[in-house]
Design a protein around this ligand. Structure first.
Ligand SMILES: [Zn+2]
Length: 106
């Protein structure tokens, strides 16, 4: 699933950040009962993933968003809400990194 998220999201899902995805993250944490499903996961950069753990930040899947399986609503400590979705789908590109070992270019 982590590999899929890096391919799907490519850049950090925080709306104002365009860093490459480094962490696969639960939108609603597993500790709080969030399931490990594609709809409850997102790709984030390291900074945003750690930052969303800070007090006052919340994130939840946005089932009301047209992109039902990729919509994420993030709320900041000031109460501002932002919604992000995965970028449009693209054709996968595989490269052989060594004989018999293939990797997906994300
Ligand atoms: Zn980020």
């Amino acid at each position: 699933m982590s590999r899929f998220l890096r391919f799907r999201d490519r850049i950090c899902r925080t709306p104002w950040c365009d860093a490459p995805v480094r962490h696969s993250d639960h939108v609603e944490s597993a500790e709080e009962g969030g399931p490990t499903t594609v709809a409850n996961t997102q790709g984030l950069c390291e900074t945003c993933n750690h930052g969303k753990q800070a007090r006052g930040w919340t994130a939840r899947p946005d089932p009301g968003h047209p992109a039902r399986t990729t919509g994420v609503e993030t709320t900041t400590p000031t109460g501002h809400r932002f919604t992000s979705t995965a970028p449009p789908a693209r054709k996968p590109v595989w490269v052989e990194v060594e004989p018999g070992v293939w990797d997906l270019i994300a």
